[in-house]
Design a protein around this ligand. Structure first.
Ligand SMILES: [Fe+2]
Length: 345
């Protein structure tokens, strides 16, 4: 697969000058090679931080985007790890999902059912599962999603921001001895963790309900702590709140090492924070990021919809793939393929 240079230095308001990223961000190369007229795509990419985040403007998201525009969005996504679009109020569940198909195959959550039988999953404030811990989506299965596409439907009057951290720059900026240490480690991830300890602010009944659904099947997967990105070739730390322990270490040693590496992920230099408005869409590369939903808007309503796109089985720096430890396979949900259903490398 094509290697994309991270953080193209010349990504600016005028992508027609950007020659450092592949594919071409503006001239419709993909469309032209497919025999279609190259669209005039006034797509602009404005970086938000030095290591992560960009706002893309000039795109109306949906299932009908020209291939050149999809290629430009994908290139920006791989380079900046999370990209944001304002004013996408026209999207509904269907067109959100159709847009997702342009990035890959949509997948259902392995355990949490979607209310209306769609791939799009509700992320709602009245749900017990507020995501106010740093995590990468669905890492308790081997082939967890490559991309997540989150759309704001109702936003609170204040708070409820989401933060993302770049796990590739977190690795890149580790001192070399810590990189070597991380390269050789593997970690066990599970969806069965101590919900009460992590969620002391949530009503016990609600938490029990959420836990029952979320862990209706308990998954345990061993991943490399450093994943080689299948599209960019970058090395990225693969951790987050589904990690239970480092394979082969005691609980205490695991916790110390996990804290050490996680602290590097969370360094402010690796992060970007987004203040949601209705109609915003955020897309992140789930293979090179963690994220955190800030739970600070009290009882105000916050409703987002998420579509996830299938990923592949991670591979470590030694070439070893992730392994599903239990159960024997990822069960199919009631409809469509589940995220992580692929367990072979
Ligand atoms: Fe999440």
């Amino acid at each position: 697969m094509a290697t994309v240079t991270p953080h193209p230095a010349t990504t600016t308001e005028n992508p027609t000058t950007d020659e450092s990223a592949t594919p071409d961000l503006s001239t419709g190369t993909a469309a032209a090679s497919a025999g279609r007229a190259a669209p005039a795509a006034p797509l602009a990419v404005r970086r938000l931080g030095g290591r992560i985040g960009a706002v893309i403007s000039g795109v109306r998201l949906g299932g009908e985007l020209p291939p050149a525009t999809v290629a430009a969005v994908r290139a920006a996504l791989l380079a900046h790890k999370v990209v944001f679009f304002r004013g996408q109020d026209h999207l509904d569940e269907e067109s959100h999902e159709e847009f997702g198909r342009l990035l890959g195959a949509p997948v259902a959550h392995p355990t949490v059912p979607s209310a209306d039988g769609r791939y799009s999953l509700g992320i709602d404030s009245d749900h017990g599962g507020r995501a106010n811990q740093w995590h990468t989506d669905v890492t308790f299965v081997p082939a967890y999603p490559a991309f997540s596409i989150l759309r704001a439907v109702v936003v609170p009057p204040y708070g409820g921001n989401t933060l993302w951290a770049n796990t590739a720059t977190a690795y890149e900026h580790l001192p070399e001895p810590l990189q070597r240490l991380a390269d050789g480690l593997r970690a066990v991830h599970s969806n069965d963790y101590d919900y009460v300890a992590l969620r002391p602010d949530v009503l016990p009944e609600r938490l029990a309900q959420y836990r029952e659904v979320f862990t209706s099947t308990t998954f345990r997967t061993e991943h490399p702590v450093v994943r080689v990105h299948p599209e960019t070739g970058e090395r990225a730390l693969l951790l987050g709140n589904f990690v239970q322990r480092i394979a082969g270490l005691t609980g205490q040693d695991s916790r110390r090492l996990l804290e050490l590496f996680q602290a590097h992920v969370e360094r402010p230099e690796n992060t970007v924070r987004w203040q949601w408005e209705v109609g915003d869409v955020a897309i992140w590369d789930n293979r090179a990021t963690q994220h955190y939903g800030v739970d600070d808007s009290g009882d105000h309503d916050r409703r987002l919809r998420r579509v996830t796109v299938d990923g592949d089985v991670p591979v470590g720096t030694d070439g070893r793939s992730s392994v599903l430890l239990s159960p024997g396979s990822v069960p199919e949900p009631a409809f469509g393929p589940a995220s992580g259903a692929t367990t072979a490398g």
